[in-house]
Design a protein around this ligand. Structure first.
Ligand code: NAD
Length: 394
């Protein structure tokens, strides 16, 4: 079939196998071009390994430190008539590159929240890897089935306390109009914490520890976003922000429980980037388009791979990590630079449909969005007949 993007609102419902693999290769090439991370990880578990920050973390561990990696993701395989999800093709591309480089890689495509998936992971660690020295928690999921009660919880992206109205960019029509979001109910807040908070991270770490599968001095990190004034009402101080606060609680609890193996648990604050998860958040596409404009002008623009490279080299594997007062690792300092935020806020006030392409880097945002699904990648012939099955299973 000829595979062209089928964008539906904030999601693209298909993906290009070779385009996705090329993206993975680009990130690998970036990693290889950096100075190697000293004393980096050797045996790594990445939860949410197939796209966005988790994929970059897996690449940084494997191709920056020569680590064996075990990944968990939730992706759709291809059929004769339908493409796989982008994360499936990314993982396929990762496996091919890892095999070529002689690196151990294993991926479990299943529900990370389930007890069965945790058991499967424990088995692979025991049979093929040995003790884990880094666990990356990078899941972004809309719902979670409680492994004990079977109850399904859904997360919501809503403000807390009062309704919120802000400019919003419709990425299909390029129209900018106000969007109003009603405040979350207490149940919705609790459900969002259940899905995106720290409970599942704690369950993973407890399972690994109970089975003696954590190496002495192991590290674990979960990812968060704090942002500033423009995004606080819908992120930092909203339902998802509440869930992220729960990660701080969990980091503390996990850190204490890792005492016996001299392990360390940290939350890492990363910058806003284009991923499948972030493009679904109201306000984010416009905020990111403006942020890209400002940070590209300054030469400080970063994507997932650049952020994770710095997280490894400047925070996780250094004697002098950049920590905030709450003990979180910080690589979002360039985005949150007050001068950058002031310029973003000024452009935010001025932007409308007539000047969207002039005042913002919406073109860059859109190109990165399509790239998430393997489209618009240099060197790929999008008019060529392509089999959706043209990817190795993993
Ligand atoms: P993403 O959508 O690109 O990746 C989500 C990953 O989770 C994928 O690998 C997916 O397969 C996996 N996943 C989802 N549900 C699963 C399930 N039930 N079982 C197994 N795997 C599952 O998201 P992302 O933006 O890279 O987000 C990763 C983390 O980084 C999140 O905690 C997010 O809050 C955080 N973060 C994101 C940004 C941003 O701007 N995107 C900024 C800072 C922090």
């Amino acid at each position: 079939m000829i595979i062209k993007p089928k964008v539906r609102g904030f999601i693209c419902i298909n993906a290009h196998p070779q385009g996705c693999a090329a993206n993975v290769h680009e990130q690998i090439a970036f990693t290889r071009a950096q100075s190697p991370v000293t004393s980096g990880p050797k045996n790594v578990l990445v939860l949410g390994c197939s796209t966005g920050y988790g994929l970059s973390s897996r690449i940084a561990a494997a191709f920056g430190s020569g680590a064996s990696t075990l990944g968990v993701c939730f992706e759709k395989p291809p059929t004769d008539t339908k493409t796989a999800s982008a994360g499936y093709y990314n993982t396929s591309g990762f496996h091919e590159a890892a095999a070529e480089a002689g690196l151990f890689a294993h991926t479990i495509n299943g529900d990370a929240f389930s007890a069965a998936c945790k058991e499967q992971v424990m088995e692979i660690v025991k049979s093929s890897m040995g003790k884990i020295d880094l666990v990356v928690y990078s899941l972004a999921a809309p719902r979670r089935t409680d492994p004990v009660t079977g109850e399904v919880y859904s997360s919501v992206l809503k403000p807390i306390g009062s309704a919120y109205t802000a400019k919003n960019l419709n990425t299909d029509t390029h129209k900018i109009s106000p969007i109003s979001v009603e405040p979350a109910s207490p149940e919705e807040i609790a459900a969002t914490v259940k899905v995106m908070g720290g409970e599942d991270w704690e369950l993973w770490m407890a399972a690994l520890q109970q089975q003696g599968l954590l190496a002495e001095g192991c590290k674990t990190v979960a990812y968060t976003y704090l942002g500033d004034k423009l995004t606080w009402p819908i992120y930092g101080r909203a339902t998802i922000g509440k869930a992220k606060e729960d990660l701080d609680r969990a980091a503390d609890a996990i850190g204490r429980s890792l005492g016996a193996v001299k392990g360390e648990a940290r939350v890492a604050v990363l910058k806003a980037v284009v991923t499948q998860a972030s493009s679904a958040i109201p306000v984010m596409p416009l905020y990111l388009s403006i942020l890209f404009k400002v940070m590209k002008e300054d030469g400080t623009h970063e994507g997932c791979m650049e952020q994770i490279q710095r997280l490894f080299s400047e925070c996780l594997y250094t004697a002098t990590p950049r920590l905030d007062a709450a003990g979180r690792l910080r690589v979002d300092e360039k985005e949150l630079n007050p001068a950058v935020q002031q310029r973003v806020e000024a452009l935010w006030e001025q932007v409308d449909e007539s000047n969207l392409f002039e005042l913002t880097d919406f073109a860059g945002y859109n190109a990165e969005f399509l790239k998430l699904f393997g489209f618009g990648v240099t060197g790929i012939d999008y008019d060529a007949e392509t089999s959706p099955l043209a990817a190795t299973n993993f």
